[in-house]
Ligand binder design. Sequence first.
Ligand SMILES: CC(C)(COP(=O)(O)OP(=O)(O)OC[C@H]1O[C@@H](n2cnc3c(N)ncnc32)[C@H](O)[C@@H]1OP(=O)(O)O)[C@@H](O)C(=O)NCCC(=O)NCCS
Length: 284
Amino acid sequence: MFQKQITRADLVQDFHRFGIPFGGLLMVHSSLSSIGYVTGGADTVVDALLEVLGPEGTLVVPTFTDESAMNPSFIFDPSSTPSMVGAISEAVRRRPEAHRSIHGWHSVSAMGRLADAIAKDVGLSPWLPDGPMSKVIDYGGEFMLLGVPYKRLTLVHLMEWECGVTYRPGRIVEVQMRCPDGSIGKLVNLECPPESPFPGNDFNRLGRAMEAEGIVRLGVVGNAITRVFQGRDVRSMSRKLHQKDKQAFLRQGGVVTELSYGNNVSMPRGDLCVVDPKVIYRAY
Ligand SMILES: CC(C)(COP(=O)(O)OP(=O)(O)OC[C@H]1O[C@@H](n2cnc3c(N)ncnc32)[C@H](O)[C@@H]1OP(=O)(O)O)[C@@H](O)C(=O)NCCC(=O)NCCS
C-alpha cells in the first residue's frame, strides 16, 4: 500500500494545533508506528517536539525498563540501559544533552531548561512528591498521549499513591546500578506493584471524565490520535473521582472503558489509538 511520508514539518504543524506553549514543559507517552511512516523515524519526532517547545522548553519521556529490573542479575546503567517504552523515548534517552533520573525500573529522561530540576536529585521513588512526575505537575507541565490510550499515563499510578489506594502498598526494592566510575552500587527505590487479587487498572475511565469536562485537547498527529492535558487537571480529576468511588482506577467487571475517539487497536506490544489501523507502520 502507498504510504504518505510524514516529515518534521508535518509533525510541527500537527503539534502546533495542540497549543503547546513555547517554552513549555511536556511529558510524552508515545507510539512511533501509530503516526504512520515518519521520515527519519523517532529522531524526527523528537526534533519536531523540541522545535515546538523552543529553546526554553522541556521535554520529558518515560525511559522505563520492565520487570527485568527486579531480576537479581539486572544491572541498571543510567547511561546505557535502553528505554523499553518506545522508540521515541529511546531517541530522547540517547541524546547527549538528556538527563535520566536514577530509578532502576521507572526512570525518565528529560531535555531542556527544566531537565535538571525534573530528572536530577530525585528521591527514592518516582511515586513520591520529589519524583519526576510530581515535579512535572508542580512546574505546571502538560502530558501528551501520542497514539496510545490513557492506560499508558503512568502519572495515574502517582495519583493512586496520592489518593492512598490500598492495593498498592509500596515496597522497597534494591537494584544493582553501574556507577559513573564503572563500579557496581546498590540503588534503593520504592515501587508500588499491585497486591493480588488485582482486577487490573482502567485509566480510560479517568480519561473519559477529563474529556467530558473539556480539559483534554484532542487531535491527530499524522495517523495518531493524540491527547494533551495539564498534569494539575489529572490530579484534581483523580481526587474527585476517587472521593466518589474508591475503585475509580480499577477495571469493573474485567472491562476497560472504551474511548470515544479514533480506533483503538490491540497490537502485540500494546494498544494504539489511531485514525486508520491500516496506516500503522510496520517495518516488516
Ligand atoms: C509499546 C509501544 C511503545 C509500542 O508502540 P510501537 O509504535 O509499536 O513501537 P515504538 O514506538 O517503539 O516504535 C517502533 C515501531 O515503529 C515502527 N517504525 C519503524 N520505523 C518507523 C518510521 N520511520 N516511522 C514510523 N514507524 C516506524 C516499527 O514498526 C517499529 O516496530 P518494531 O521495532 O517492532 O519494528 C506503545 O504501544 C506504548 O505503549 N507506548 C507508550 C509506552 C509508555 O509510555 N509506557 C509507560 C507507561 S506503561
